[in-house]
Write a protein that binds this ligand. Structure first.
Ligand SMILES: [Zn+2]
Ligand SMILES: [Zn+2]
Length: 414
């Protein structure tokens, strides 16, 4: 986008008002505790996890939290027998998202415990229900942050299930109305059963472990870039270089944009350039910030602590937009309305993406060879990985290899 170019079509639309609602899906609504069904934990006579009994649920090995300070411990989770629209998936990999840490530690709200986190799920189909035409056993598939929605409100009908007016059904920690209000349990597990409408196809060209983070970090950054219609020649700014930021850099580059990374740490300059950034700006260096003034079309702000946005608004051109993706626990410093008015700037939020757009993103990433930079961990390293995530010590996403979860029948205490 060049200065003076008309507002791109996506911005002609009003910014979805739903972004004003409390966001990460994980924070959606307080869950009445009485709807939480305890996971049958290490039952005396576990059903073999690979049971083929179509009537009965199967047990999957999992890791999750039993209280805010339990850390992640081995659990057993019951998965329903596939109903006619269901897809049963043997999970191979699951990305570790920062929301998983907040959720399991009860930092946003007290979740129903026990809680198995994980919404960056990749695996292979093992069974499908009678009405499922588009998936077959053996297909490589994924599940992101959503496993259902009302399917009939305006947002859902527009393929924007993440903004479902009745509240989307997150992959873990919320009651699932179409399944007896059972609490959804996520992907730190050996299997999961999900309605076909919320199952994604993972192109075989993508490495399955490196593709897992695309299902949250990837789509969260892809969606606003697509909404703004970023294309060859546009200039994109990325604030913060963590799990989200590194995906924003890669995807914006693959869209043909010139990318500027803003970071608080000089130590990240080389890493930003390795990811493909054309420019790197130290955000606490006022002179360097001023040097970027009026140079960008869109900014993807992934920084999750309160920070002053006004210096970033100054770096935008006429009709530019700043998308805020990080959700700080406290209020942000005030925004200067004059900065927005003088260049017709938009200040927007954005929440993951709908199912159709998530599939589009996966296909785009396969076509352009984009995936996450990952470090694979085993179940016994999960707690250490959480501590390292909180310390920012990961390049750029941990992914759990679910082969390291024991089957329930193999457990010492089974
Ligand atoms: Zn996430
Ligand atoms: Zn809906």
């Amino acid at each position: 986008m060049t200065p003076g170019r008309p507002v791109p079509p996506p911005l002609a639309k009003p910014i979805p008002m739903d972004t004003a609602k409390p966001i990460p899906m994980d924070t959606a609504k307080p869950i009445p505790m009485d709807t939480a069904k305890p996971i049958p934990m290490d039952t005396a006579n576990p059903v073999p996890a690979q049971s083929s009994d179509p009537e009965g649920s199967t047990l999957a090995a999992a890791f999750g939290a039993t209280s805010p300070d339990s850390g992640l411990v081995p659990l057993t989770v019951a998965r329903r027998a596939p109903k006619e629209d269901d897809v049963e998936i043997a999970i191979e990999f699951c990305g570790l998202c920062h929301s998983d840490v907040h959720a399991t530690r009860g930092e946003w709200r007290l979740p129903p415990y026990p809680l198995v986190p994980g919404h960056e799920i990749v695996g292979r189909v093992t069974r499908v229900g009678a009405a499922v035409q588009d998936f077959a056993p053996g297909d490589r598939v994924g599940v992101g942050c959503l496993v259902d929605s009302c399917r009939e409100c305006e947002s859902c009908l527009d393929g924007l299930e993440q903004y479902c007016e009745r509240g989307n059904i997150g992959t873990y920690g919320v009651p699932d109305p179409r399944n007896g209000n059972a609490i959804t349990q996520g992907g730190y597990s050996t299997s999961v059963v999900v309605d076909r409408r919320f199952v994604l196809r993972i192109p075989e060209a993508l490495d399955p472990a490196a593709a897992a983070p695309l299902l949250c970090a990837g789509i969260t950054t892809y969606s606003p870039l697509r909404y703004f219609d970023v294309e060859e020649g546009d200039s994109v700014g990325v604030v913060g270089l963590g799990g989200l930021g590194h995906m924003a850099v890669k995807i914006a580059k693959a869209m043909g944009a010139e990318v500027t990374v803003f970071t608080t740490s000089e130590a990240k300059f080389d890493a930003a350039r390795e990811l493909g950034a054309d420019h790197v700006v130290l955000s606490r260096d006022e002179e360097a910030m001023a040097g970027a003034n009026g140079s960008l079309d869109v900014i993807i702000d992934t920084f999750a602590a309160p920070h002053d946005l006004n210096p970033y608004f100054r770096t935008l051109r006429l009709d530019g937009a700043l998308f805020q993706l990080g959700l700080p626990a406290e209020d942000m410093p005030p925004v200067s309305p004059g900065l927005l008015i003088r260049r017709r700037l938009a200040y927007a939020g954005s929440l993951i993406g709908g199912i159709e757009e998530t599939q589009e993103m996966l296909d785009f990433c396969a076509e352009h060879g984009v995936a996450s930079d990952i470090e694979i961990v085993g179940a016994d390293q999960l707690n250490e990985a959480y501590d390292r995530m909180v310390a920012g010590d990961v390049k750029y996403r941990f992914v759990l290899d679910t082969a390291t979860l024991q089957e329930p029948s193999e457990r010492a205490d089974a």
